[in-house]
Design a protein around this ligand. Structure first.
Ligand SMILES: [Zn+2]
Length: 306
């Protein structure tokens, strides 16, 4: 018996192609495991949320969605998200139960994510078939997304990477197109173009229903401000994490000060916004001096962390 078994498994153990027959598959189902895949996404289509955009009225609950007026039974407000474009391919291939998307922050639904992309960890829960070709999977996801997203190669990581990306804050460079109600003076343009310093933002009106109403101080540096052919402005700005850029541009009815509106003396409105880069450790480029709460004591210590 022993001899026979030994012969049967020998070629397999040696990875020898003499016998192409693999050992008889076990009748028992393979165990389920959890795994974490790290990557970065570039979002190249506006209107795509990062994660599943559940209907705020029925919360995606199947029974409540049936008669829901807002989503008409769909349960969510967009057909897809970055999370779903990935999970739709990855989860069936891995025979997994579900996927969780952990992004290093998120951009608004109408904002593109450019540069090297936003880091994230995709958690695969209960995978029976985890050993797939991750590079082939990445290319399949990109191809089926039809240009909406691009992904950096997946890397299998340990669970603490989720906390790292959730808890570490980075400066960001934004590119915006700004509509103006009037032409600002040259002096005002110079003042705005060279602005660098602290901005105080009261919680914006558009998020006040879900965020505590308080003042936050953020550092910000204008990197570029030029007039576009149609008279709008193209703005490039480096912001501390947690800065509300659209409100910095508009001033949010005086709730953000100073703002581009207050510096130019002309009402401004953000018509297009892109994240040009997230300044993670791997990315070279400009940085703001203030770094996270560890620096609090040397900075006067009265800043409110979000
Ligand atoms: Zn609904």
């Amino acid at each position: 018996m022993l001899w026979r078994h030994g012969l049967r498994f020998l070629p397999w153990l040696m990875s020898d192609p003499i016998d192409p027959q693999p050992p008889a598959p076990s009748e028992r189902p393979r165990p389920r495991i959890n795994l974490w895949l790290e990557s970065r996404y570039r979002k190249l289509r506006r209107g795509l949320p990062q994660t599943v955009f559940f209907c705020p009225l029925c919360k995606g609950d199947r029974r409540r969605a049936r008669d829901c007026k807002q989503c008409e039974g769909f349960g969510k407000l967009t057909k897809e998200s970055v999370q779903e474009l990935i999970g739709r391919r990855l989860l069936p291939a891995m025979q997994a139960k579900l996927g969780r998307f952990h992004g290093a922050g998120r951009e608004d639904i109408d904002v593109l994510m450019l540069g090297r992309g936003r880091p994230f960890v995709f958690e695969v829960v209960g995978a029976r078939n985890p050993e797939i070709d991750l590079e082939a999977m990445r290319l399949e996801i990109e191809a089926r997304a039809g240009g909406a997203i691009e992904l950096a190669p997946f890397v299998r990581v340990a669970r603490p990477r989720v906390a790292y990306w959730k808890e570490t804050h980075f400066d960001k460079v934004y590119r915006a197109e700004v509509s103006l109600d009037a032409v600002p003076s040259d002096e005002a343009m110079t003042r705005a173009r060279t602005f660098e310093g602290a901005v105080v933002q009261r919680t914006p009106q558009r998020v006040a229903h879900r965020r505590a109403d308080l003042d936050r101080e953020r550092q910000l540096r204008v990197l570029g401000l030029v007039v576009m052919p149609d008279g709008a402005l193209e703005l490039r700005v480096l912001c501390q994490h947690g800065t509300y850029v659209k409100e910095w541009i508009s001033g949010d009815d005086g709730r953000t000060l100073p703002s581009l509106t207050s510096l130019l003396g002309v009402p401004c409105r953000c018509r297009v916004l892109d994240v040009e880069e997230i300044m993670t450790d791997e990315v070279s480029g400009p940085r703001l001096v203030v770094k996270d709460s560890q620096d609090k004591d040397t900075q006067g210590g009265d800043r409110v962390e979000s």
